[in-house]
Design a protein around this ligand. Structure first.
Ligand code: PMP
Length: 415
């Protein structure tokens, strides 16, 4: 087994796919789960299962404590000012849709402007299109340069007094580039706009301090950071969350209900109607502990090492197109590429035959691909449990694939 101390903690990485040891390079889509997270789900259902907040019996109290402890954990993880600023959702997508519907619809008027970027995932784009249509607000875009970076000087020309919402991804899921969120936040605030951060790709890879960024809202998903699917976090400054209506009404989020009216709980619980993904949230706590044990310095180092190793070798191969920054330290583990003359889906299918999992397509970012004049890309995305051997397998698979489709070319001419 390759020399990576974390590999053994991820049982799925020991399995074979199509007769080959799995080489999992689709971490930007979802991460694999360490045994501690799998065990935590198992332990919850084996030993602790009860509904939270309502019961007075021992199991209900223990489950409530475990669930609420994760809220504290996330608060500290993000350096949020209060635990009430941490709302559990199902995903990044859900958090962003809530913001679009509950903040956007009630704070926007015809003529107002929403500013997003061309780098956005559809989750941080389509909800704003819908809100713009309903309110008459304009949806405006910040462009990115060839390196995948939003230009702050250009942003100064677009964010203005009409801007009410700026919503930007911290790391592009296609190019891996990290955006200047702190500066964009300051710019948004200068004009009285709220700043929303899509942290789906950043929260798994870097330490985040929401007070330092000063962003107003942030959304991310547990499943991309070792946690289970079906759990997300919506962070919001307390005064802003207090000013936002819940998306759902029902059990748990109410204080008192009469035949014709209801009063609601204060704080985060006002947004968590009905039975939540209790096991998922609790296991997410174990995922956060694991990530913190690894440490974000180590995670960023490993991202940088793997991309630094891969990038120049990919550049040297004939017929390989690479996208985004030429600086391997601005990829956050993500490499998008194409092989001349081959459709990315074909490439991904052939790699799969070798047990190598990559993603091919438009990565839920069609406007970005259109802007880059691309119809699709292959995407290899690393996490800290990936190894140099994984990169070598990717490189070898690229050469094999090109050779397979271009039999008239010698292997030597491809390398
Ligand atoms: N934003 C970005 C930048 C993403 O990469 C993703 C996931 N691919 C999402 C949003 C949506 O995340 P989820 O599917 O977990 O809601």
């Amino acid at each position: 087994m390759a020399n990576n101390p974390y590999l053994a903690d991820f049982p799925i990485l020991a399995r074979k796919v199509n007769g080959h040891q799995l080489c999992y390079l689709d971490n930007a889509a979802t991460s694999q789960k360490p045994q501690v997270v799998i065990d935590r789900i198992n332990h919850y259902y084996t030993d602790e299962n009860a509904n939270i907040h309502r019961g007075t019996h021992t199991l209900a109290q223990q489950a409530t404590q475990a669930y609420e402890a994760v809220r504290d954990h996330v608060q500290h993880f993000l350096n949020a000012a209060s635990r009430e600023e941490i709302v559990f959702t199902r995903s990044t997508t859900e958090g962003l849709n809530w913001l679009a519907r509950q903040w956007g619809l009630s704070h926007l008027q015809a003529g107002d402007e929403i500013v997003i970027s061309l780098l956005e995932h559809h989750s941080n784009l389509v909800p704003w299109q819908q809100v713009a249509k309903k309110t008459g607000a304009h949806l405006r875009y910040l462009a990115a340069n060839q390196q995948g970076l939003i230009d702050l000087a250009a942003a100064e020309g677009i964010i203005n007094a009409r801007t009410k919402i700026v919503s930007i991804t911290q790391v592009s899921n296609v190019l891996g580039s990290r955006q200047p969120i702190k500066q964009l936040t300051a710019l948004a605030h200068e004009h009285g706009a709220v700043m929303i951060v899509d942290a789906a790709q950043s929260a798994p890879h870097m330490a985040i301090d929401v007070q330092d960024l000063d962003c107003d809202f942030m959304a991310f998903s547990a499943h991309k950071m070792l946690g289970p699917t079906g759990v997300g976090v919506l962070y919001g400054k307390q005064a802003l969350l207090d000013d936002m209506s819940p998306e759902f009404y029902g059990g748990e989020m109410v204080e008192e209900v009469t035949e014709q009216s209801a009063t609601f709980k204060q704080g985060a619980l006002r947004f968590e109607a009905g039975t939540q993904n209790i096991a998922g949230v609790i296991a997410f706590g174990s995922a956060l502990s694991y990530l913190q044990q690894v440490g974000f310095e180590q995670i960023e180092n490993q991202d940088r090492q793997l991309v630094s190793y891969a990038w120049p070798r990919l550049q040297k191969l004939n017929g390989v197109q690479l996208y985004g920054s030429n600086d391997p330290s601005d990829h956050n583990g993500i490499i998008s590429f194409n092989l001349d003359g081959l459709h990315p889906h074909d490439v991904a299918t052939i790699f799969d035959d070798e047990g190598i999992a990559i993603r091919a397509g438009q990565h839920c970012a069609q406007p970005l691909l259109h802007y880059l004049s691309l119809s699709a890309t292959c995407r290899a995305s690393f996490y800290f449990y990936n190894t140099i051997e994984d990169v070598d397998r990717l490189l070898a698979a690229i050469v094999d694939t090109q050779h397979f489709f271009n039999r008239h070319l010698s292997r030597e001419s491809l390398i």
